[in-house]
Design a protein around this ligand. Structure first.
Ligand code: HEC
Length: 502
C-alpha cells in the first residue's frame, strides 16, 4: 500500500516537472539543475582540466577540490583542530571530513557523525556542544575536537519549529552575545503565514529556552554572520519568485533587534508587493530597506566575514557570499562566490571572487557556504557537484593546488630581486627572526620545553614574497601577530625563502 502511494507520488512529481518544462513560458521553466536538486541528485565533480579551464579565483589564490562525492553537501563548520563538519541534508546525515595531514591537498577521510536526522542543515560548535539545525528542531550533543567523537545522548533542545515548506533549512549561529540565532524561512513563495516564527530570525539561550523573534519580514535569510569590529548582524535574503527576470532584488540586510524587513508586503527598497502590498502602506513604511541589493534570483546563501584567513590587503574586512544561482530566470545568473567591500561611508561594493560554476548556460556547480579553515584557507561547499573546494592565498598562483603538486615546477620566488637587494634583505630578515624569537616555535633546537614546534619547511613551493607578507599580517593561530613594517615583512619573507632554498 505505502509502496503504491510512493510510486504514485513519484509519478505525479515527474509529470509536474515534465509539464513545467513543456507548457510554462520559458522564464518559469524549471531548468536542469533545479530538477536535479529536487531529486537530490548531483553531477560528477569537475576534472582537474575543467578546474583549470573554467574556474577563476583572484590573483594569488589557488583553487582545488578538497573533498568529493559528498552528495548535496550544504552547511559547514570547522573544528578547533582543523576538521570540517558538514551537513548532507537530504540524506539526513552529518559528516566529519578529516583535515589534510598527509599534505596531498585533500581531506584525509570521511566519517559519519549522525544519520537519520530530519533534514539537518545548520551547524554550530559552542561550549563543547555540537548543535544541529533540523527542519523542525534544534538538537545538540557533546563533541570532542581532538578525538572527533560525540558522547552522551543527542538531545533536541528546541522542538516544534515549523518545518518543511518551501524554505526548510534552519541555519544556526552563536552571536557575540552568546545567544543562539536560528533562521526560519517562509513556508511559501509569498503568503500570509500562520506561524509567527516563519520568515524570521529567532533567538534562544544556548539551552534552547527563552524563544524570542529577533527580526521579521525575512523571506529566507539562509546565511547570516556578525561583522567583526562593529558586531552588526548581516543576513542574506532571497527575493520572491514569479515577478520576472530582474525583479525583485535578493537582499543583504543589516539585521537589528525588532527589525521588520518587508516580506510579504514589500520587495527590495520597500516597493509594495503586487499581491500583498495593497492596503499595507503603514506596515511597509516601517520596513527596513536592504543594506545592499543583490541581482534578482542570484539566491545568496552563505555569508562569511573574513577573519583569520590569509588574504591580500584588498580583501581584509570583506565578506564572502555564495550565490547559489537562479532557477527561474531566462538567462542563468548567480552561480558564483562574491566578495562584499564596505567603504568608509558604509557603502557596499560587490566583486566576483570565484566564478566558473556556470558558463554559457552550462551549470557545473552551485556554491552554498563558505568557512575559514584552521590553515588560513577558505572551504566552499558545492551541493550540485557534491564537493568542497579549497581556496587558499599565497600557495602558488591561481592554478589548482592538485595540478601544482602533480607537476612541481622548479621556480625561485626571489628571482625578481638583484643579488645585492636579495642579500641585504635576507640579512635584515635574519636579524628580525632572531629579535622576534621566531625560533622558539619554529626550530626544534631553540624551542623551550613543552612548546609545540612547527618546523618551517618547503616554503618556496607554497609561498612567494607576497604570500608570506600576507601570512605575517594575519598569522595562523596560535602564531602571534608580530608588529612589523611593510619593509620588515618583506625582509623576513626574503630571509625565509632564501634559507628554504639552501
Ligand atoms: C608561539 C609560537 C609561534 C611564534 C612565536 C611564531 N610562530 Fe610562525 N607559526 C606557528 C605555528 C603553530 C604555525 C603553524 C600554524 C598552522 O598552520 O596551523 C606557524 C606558521 C608559520 C608559517 C607558515 C608555515 C607553513 O608551513 O605554511 C611561517 C612562514 C611562520 N610561521 C613564520 C614565523 C615567523 C617569521 C615568526 C617570527 C616573526 C613566527 N612564525 C613566530 C607558531 C609560531
Amino acid at each position: 500500500m505505502l509502496r503504491r502511494i510512493f510510486i504514485t507520488m513519484a509519478l505525479l512529481l515527474l509529470a509536474l516537472v515534465v509539464s513545467c518544462n513543456l507548457f510554462l513560458p520559458e522564464r518559469f521553466a524549471v531548468n536542469a539543475p533545479m530538477v536535479a536538486q529536487m531529486l537530490g541528485r548531483t553531477i560528477d565533480a569537475p576534472s582537474s582540466a575543467q578546474v583549470e579551464s573554467r574556474y577563476r579565483v583572484p590573483e594569488g589564490f589557488s583553487l582545488a577540490i578538497w573533498a568529493s562525492e559528498l552528495g548535496n553537501v550544504r552547511w559547514m563548520k570547522t573544528t578547533a583542530t582543523g576538521d570540517v563538519i558538514a551537513t548532507i541534508s537530504r540524506a539526513g546525515k552529518v559528516i566529519l571530513l578529516e583535515r589534510d595531514d598527509d599534505g596531498d591537498g585533500r581531506s584525509d577521510g570521511e566519517q559519519t557523525l549522525f544519520e537519520g536526522l530530519n533534514r539537518p542543515f545548520g551547524l554550530e560548535l559552542h561550549d563543547g556542544w555540537l548543535y544541529i539545525g533540523e527542519t523542525d528542531a534544534v538538537g545538540r550533543i557533546r563533541f570532542d575536537d581532538d578525538t572527533r567523537t560525540t558522547s552522551g545522548e543527542y538531545e533536541r533542545i528546541i522542538t516544534g519549529l515549523p518545518g518543511g515548506g518551501n524554505h526548510w533549512t534552519r541555519t544556526l549561529g552563536f552571536g557575540p552575545d552568546g545567544m543562539l540565532y536560528v533562521s526560519v524561512g517562509s513556508s511559501c513563495n509569498v503568503c500570509l503565514e500562520e506561524d509567527p516564527r516563519r520568515a524570521t530570525i529567532v533567538r534562544y539561550r544556548p539551552d534552547g529556552s527563552d524563544e524570542t523573534i529577533y527580526a521579521a519580514g525575512l523571506r529566507n535569510a539562509v546565511g547570516f554572520d556578525w561583522q567583526p569590529g562593529t558586531g552588526k548582524l548581516y543576513a542574506t535574503d532571497n527575493g520572491r519568485d514569479l515577478l520576472g527576470d530582474d525583479f525583485p532584488p535578493c537582499e543583504l540586510n543589516d539585521v537589528v533587534e525588532g527589525g521588520f524587513y518587508g516580506w510579504p508586503f514589500a520587495n527590495g527598497d520597500n516597493i509594495p508587493d503586487p499581491d500583498f502590498g495593497p492596503g499595507q502602506e503603514a506596515r511597509i513604511a516601517t520596513s527596513i530597506a536592504p543594506a545592499h541589493p543583490f541581482r534578482a534570483h542570484n539566491a545568496p546563501l552563505g555569508i562569511h566575514f573574513i577573519r583569520e584567513a590569509r588574504v591580500p590587503a584588498q580583501l581584509q574586512g570583506a565578506a564572502l557570499v555564495a550565490h547559489h544561482g537562479s532557477w527561474n530566470r531566462t538567462e542563468k545568473d548567480g552561480y558564483k562566490v562574491v566578495s562584499l567591500h564596505w567603504d568608509a561611508a558604509g557603502r557596499i561594493r560587490e566583486v566576483d571572487f570565484m566564478t566558473g560554476f556556470e558558463k554559457n548556460e552550462d551549470v557545473s556547480g552551485r556554491p552554498v557556504h563558505i568557512v575559514e579553515g584552521h590553515d588560513g584557507a577558505f572551504y566552499i561547499s558545492d551541493d550540485y557537484a557534491g564537493v568542497i573546494w579549497r581556496v587558499a592565498y599565497g600557495e602558488g598562483g591561481s592554478a589548482s593546488a592538485a595540478a601544482l603538486r602533480a607537476e612541481p615546477v622548479a621556480r625561485d620566488p626571489l628571482a625578481g630581486l638583484d643579488a645585492e637587494e636579495r642579500s641585504s634583505l635576507a640579512d635584515q630578515g635574519r636579524a628580525l627572526y632572531a629579535a622576534h624569537q621566531c625560533a622558539t616555535c619554529h626550530d626544534p633546537e631553540a624551542a623551550p620545553e613543552g612548546v609545540a614546534v612547527k618546523p618551517l619547511a618547503d616554503l618556496t613551493r607554497r609561498y612567494d614574497i607576497a604570500g608570506l607578507e600576507a601570512l605575517f599580517s594575519t598569522p595562523p593561530s596560535p602564531m602571534p601577530i608580530v608588529p612589523l613594517s611593510a619593509n620588515e615583512k618583506r625582509a623576513l619573507a626574503v630571509y625565509l625563502l632564501e634559507s628554504d632554498t639552501l
